[in-house]
Design a protein around this ligand. Sequence first.
Ligand code: PEP
Length: 247
Amino acid sequence: MRQKLVAGNWKMNGSFDLLKSLLEPVSQEKGLSCQLLVCPPFPYLAAAADLLKSSGVFLGAQDCAATPVGAYTGEVAAEMLAEMGVSHVILGHSERRHYQAEGDALVLAKVKQALAAGLKPVVCVGETLEEKQAGQTAEVVLRQVQAVATQLSSEQLGQLIFAYEPVWAIGSGLTATPDQAQEVHSLIRKALAEQDQQQAARIQLLYGGSVKAENAASLFAMPDIDGGLIGGASLNASQFLAIGHAA
Ligand code: PEP
């Protein structure tokens, strides 16, 4: 049985004050049955690792380099993240696909680096509003999933987490209905199962896009939704923990 995972993507938000006020209650919360993951910006990772130590809360980064080491000014290697106590890394987020023009090939290269460093990649996929309106949701999402999945060994595949994040739902207040999200999650799992049935049954598939305490339980109750990737609501400890309790 897959465990639920509630992951917070802080994006480019935060401060040392927020780090402390958020991670103290999160690291002390009792009685959650899901896994928790927090992904603050790079400059806060070391302090976050310290605040979370022995709490059981996982620490993630929001990106990593597509190369292991060398003359790549401004980049952060997956190995460096692993050395800091990071266990997960968000890759292919729609904001990076859009603002940094990251394509499927680059996302795959980053996934390979993350895996080589022992990190679990949280690979984000999702269609834009235009693509949804053109009836291209399945095509776009499966292309993004398969661009990564088909290039990995079975063992590597089992390390992945996918987050289905319809771009039109991110930060917009619009959420896919549980049925809409389940339909896409089920398509993703079926596509993965065609490649490797055992791993497909194990891989956590998260939903992201305006998840809040009020809508989390109905989304997470769907059979192929194994938790959420949370943006805005992860910046508030009580909201984030309420989502955790809904999982
Ligand atoms: C995200 O950016 O990963 C996200 C899901 O954001 P929000 O929850 O704010 O829509």
